[in-house]
Design a protein around this ligand. Structure first.
Ligand SMILES: Cc1cc2nc3c(=O)[nH]c(=O)nc-3n(C[C@H](O)[C@H](O)[C@H](O)COP(=O)(O)O)c2cc1C
Ligand code: SF4
Ligand code: SF4
Length: 275
């Protein structure tokens, strides 16, 4: 009996949304029931301390992460590198904010292969940009209905590929865009870019949403800039809209994205094929 496991990092939940629809299409195609599907959401730091059991040939694993500066977020790459697998088919997904995904999908493929997975399919989906807001929109409301239909189709088509492949080792290597050496990616630390307004009710939701424990409840829920990864999960999770992006380099970047990345990009999918 095949089991499906989703393993993902998703501060603002667009990656999670895409992976769930891919899984729906895959499970339907392979007639795998929901009781055989497990999700490992390692966005919160305490989950990243756990070590998962090795995956084997009865598993199908979906690996997913957002794109940060054309790469995988460092926390995501570090967690993926700890996975172990033996001939397990992997379905790779990156979600990006309608600028570019550059080397992120290639990096995910390389990490997965080094862990012992066999990458059978890969995809780059679009998600609302982390830096976006209603005032400065970038890829708002993506993934949209059409993206999610494509996610289901991608899952279904991957299921069809797995059904007709008797020996995964005979599949041609999955080819995805990207270059090695990878581009530089993000540095550590962040500018102090979030203001907490008087609207704050001290509910703590932002701190619970933060993947980096970078919010100090004892200091008016201020951001600890040295630990912040800029994900904006806290801003989007605040029910009072009490966390605002300050004027500065991140807001300038959001404006630049708004001006230069307004044409919606298409979903891209890739499959390993039998030679
Ligand atoms: C620090 C940072 C860097 C980002 N870099 C890129 C990028 O290089 N290209 C891009 O198109 N989107 C970029 N994004 C946007 C995210 O990839 C996008 O919003 C994604 O949907 C977020 O996924 P999540 O909802 O699962 O957190 C970046 C976001 C952050 C926070
Ligand atoms: S989520 Fe908003 S209201 Fe709640 S503690 Fe954080 S900043 Fe304050
Ligand atoms: S404090 Fe920084 S790392 Fe934490 S949720 Fe907010 S933007 Fe993300």
């Amino acid at each position: 009996m095949k089991k499906i496991t989703l393993v993902y990092f998703s501060p603002t939940k667009t990656t999670e949304t895409v992976l769930r629809d891919i899984t729906q299409g895959l499970a339907q195609s392979l007639e795998i029931s929901s009781s055989e599907i497990t999700a490992v959401n390692f966005t919160r730091p305490e989950i990243r301390g756990t070590v998962l059991e090795p995956f084997d040939k009865d598993d199908i694993v979906l690996l997913g992460a957002p794109v940060y500066a054309g790469r995988l977020p460092a926390d995501a790459a570090d967690f993926f590198k700890k996975l172990t697998a033996s001939g397990t088919p992997a379905i790779l997904t990156v979600v990006y904010g309608n600028r570019e995904y550059e080397d992120a999908l290639l990096e995910l493929k390389d990490v997965a292969s080094a862990c012992g997975f066999i990458p059978v399919a890969g995809a780059a989906f679009i998600g609302e940009h982390s830096f976006a807001s209603t005032d400065i929109p970038v890829a708002m409301n993506r993934p949209d209905e059409n993206d999610l239909k494509q996610a289901q189709d991608f899952g279904g088509n991957t299921g069809t590929l797995l059904k007709k492949t008797t020996d995964l080792k005979k599949l041609a290597v999955l080819e995805v865009p990207g270059n090695f050496p990878y581009r530089e990616g993000m540095g550590t630390g962040a500018p102090d870019f979030i203001a907490v307004t008087d609207a704050c009710t001290e509910c703590g939701i932002c701190a619970t949403a933060c993947p980096s424990n970078a919010i100090d409840a004892d200091d008016g829920f201020a951001t600890i800039a040295a630990d912040c990864i800029l994900c904006c999960a806290c801003i989007k999770a605040c029910p009072e809209q009490a966390r605002l992006m300050k004027a500065g380099p991140i807001k300038d970047k959001a404006r630049w994205l708004n001006e230069t990345c307004s044409i919606p990009k298409p979903v891209q999918v890739f499959f390993a094929v039998e030679p």
